[in-house]
Design a protein around this ligand. Sequence first.
Ligand SMILES: [Zn+2]
Length: 621
Amino acid sequence: MPERTIRLVKPTPRPSVSEFAAKHRKLSRDDSREHGSYSWKRAPYQKEMMDVINRRGKRKFVAMLSSQMGKSLTQMNILMYLMVVRPCTILFMLPSIKDAKKFSKLRIKPFIRDNPLLSELVKSSGRDGNTLTEKSFPGGNLLLIGSNVASDLAAVTGNAAFVDEFDRCAKEAVNAAGDKEGDPLMLLWKRLANDPAAFVYVSGTPTIKGASPTEDLWDRSNKMLYMIPCPDCEKLQFLDKSRLKYKEDTLEDIHFRCIDLTCSGKLTRGVVQKAYFKGTSEWVETGNPAAELSGFHLNQFYSPWRQWIEIVKEIDEARGVPSKEKVVQNTVWGLTYELASVKVPDWVKLHALKGDFVPGIVPKEACVLTAFTDVQEDRFETTIFAWNRNRAWVIDHIITPGCSVWDLDDEMYDLYEKTILEASWPHENGRQLKPRHFFIDSGCFTSRILKFCQKHRNRLIPTRGEDRLESTFSAPKHTNITNRGRWLKRGVKRWNLGVSQIKIDLYARLNLLLDGSDKDQGLKIHFHKKLPEEYFRQLTAETCYVEANDFGRPKCKWIKDKYFANEALDCAVGNLAAFEIEGYNRWSGEHWEQELEKYQIVKSRDEFRKKAGRSAAGSMI
Ligand SMILES: [Zn+2]
């Protein structure tokens, strides 16, 4: 603890970083919410995060933080301290050389300009050679480097090194010849001089569990958590995610419950601010004290620049949507997001949840259709979804049988044309609906399917699943196909679907449905009452595993249950993508209402159902 260390260490005439910064640091208008003189009083957790560089022993630091904690601010304070008080060679590593140049322009330039102590120093170095990535000052240099370029690292020896946005840094630095030279952090560590005061300071917002180097370092550190005393029992405690409480309907009464279950104390924003003001909050080591690394971890609830109600709104809005939940987990909580937690929905419960609407008929609350066809060697499987703004109904799953997808004259194609492409689906209120387009998977049997799409240009659109895409889909590309041995000048447009991301979102939505959450969150999916068990087994036939790709970035690997087919899942994923490709997700509430109004002529249900008795080509039901 600080007091003990101060007693042990021989007093040094040098000021501490926090004292120095409070006295000399001027904040630039360009890069901070506050400007003028720096003070750590509003965010006292910053004090130890700066002073730690002068503590004896530990020479490697990691700060695993949410966003908006003043991370850059503390780094720059240390930087200024080194330049003025302890000049030396300082390495500042960012993910890429492009990031380093941007950082130099946007942060370092105003930093030097607005701090007279620094602008004098940099000017008086007598060197005109200052560039974007290299700044000289008497007794030292500041070098900005990109983690992906190893040659930058090999040429220098430094006394202090900073690493920013560590999760985005390259896992392997590459030299000019294109050879991999190893972990940039290790290279950086090796480049530090044999100086007892040399240190590496890594900071970053963690990303994905199992693939976050920032979290790896934190796990190996002494794990310092910032503790606030309970207003009732005075027990020091961390503002832990698991103890955040608030009224779900009104988002009021936001607090962290006291860690002691017998105490009814509430840690509110006011309590935290008061602790900051009174100086009763402090860093406490919760990991191995003998660890080589000093680790700091904070979430946004500690930030004096964030209102708790705003944070809670963000958390609440993200619930149930994995892509948003990930952002909240990383930037609000400063924690990794666990992709492996993609829970496979329970098909038995889904089967039991079936709606009471009739297959083949568009429910009166819906007004648009999407369709997606999965291609198998001897059949097509097509699912039709009906939609309104935040609900979807699986109204049909149709199997078109045949002999072989390769057979050009196979009646399977004729049957598909008649029963799918030319079909329409009756709306409960009388009218007939068609999907604007039919989407079909062309990942397998590609040339044959593309040829079929060519025949039905503008009606049948080919897609291909792409695991690497982090979004739902990417812009379509023209695909040249051979037509009787000739290359067509302009092939059909094929869309790439980010199937991995869509599956994650689909599973989350199904789980939400099973949890029976009454809250109107995200999209609700309904299934018609005649869908068989097999459909639900197929819909949940894949499990997600997270692994690292060649670049060390996390990747979802979806493994299919070997006993079940997954056509229903592929079709559902295709329909969710189709909804976005058609742009329905961008329709305003008003647009949906206008569209729904067109279907308000109510007919008698019985008359209507009689009319609706279509003969599908071999429906799954
Ligand atoms: Zn308490």
